[in-house]
Design a protein around this ligand. Sequence first.
Ligand code: NAP
Length: 248
Amino acid sequence: MGRLKDKVAIVTGASKGIGAGIARRLAAEGARVVVNYASNKNDADTVVAGIEAAGGSAVAVGADVTDSAQVASLIQAAIDHFGRLDIVVNNAGIYQFARIEETTEALYRQQFDINVLGPLLVAGAAAPHLGQGGSIINISSNVTRVPPAESAIYTGTKGAIDAITGVLSRELGPRGIRVNAVSPGLVETEGTHAAGVVGSAFQAWNEAQTPLGRIGQVQDIAPIVAFLASDDAGWVTGEVILGSGGMR
Ligand code: NAP
């Protein structure tokens, strides 16, 4: 598969979980990939080593997406290493559910900073480097369609991402840059394991509402992102595509 040959991609939060799966898939389809991480360099290096072992090209770059100076360095790293930038996947994100009575400024700021400010900073710094055929893909969540109790802040961040995707599709469309979002249902990742979601009543609640009868795997999401990144999706922008086994 060489559908992304000659393209360069940045995937934020690609040291594990959905982001790592996206990075592997984009590389398998021919893209050269910047594997971004926040603090776990070893995990990012492992993702890069796996891509290289499979014949692909990638580099690990640390940057906190909430810090504009670090974001500028991240974008510059793509240009320095690979000479161009075509694809940006805003995947880095966190989820911390809490009852409304337990809502704190810290919970709000941390999740909105990483999940909303981060993608805004990354898109803003990347846009000047993206030309005709450029593609920004924001990772949202199907919680905006089926909002779980005790997720007001997290679901709020993803609602913002859906809205921002529409805004940026109109703002950047005249420059030939497409902006779309992918909304996974519950996916088994390092993050959902750490949060205690895998194997919990929340997983059972998701499965019961999912026509395809299971939770997702990283491999269910990455191909949707690869499609949106590719010229096959050249007439698709402003879309929010559910990857949720039909849970809506
Ligand atoms: P994960 O396994 O917890 O991985 C999170 C990734 O984000 C890690 O690579 C982490 O880097 C990185 N990260 C965290 N904060 C960052 C920051 N400030 N700057 C840069 N990178 C940062 O997460 P996941 O479950 O794969 O979820 C990935 C995305 O999918 C999130 O946006 C999430 O909201 C969305 N999503 C997930 C699910 C699900 O069920 N898993 C469902 C719908 C949507 P380090 O390793 O360095 O910490």
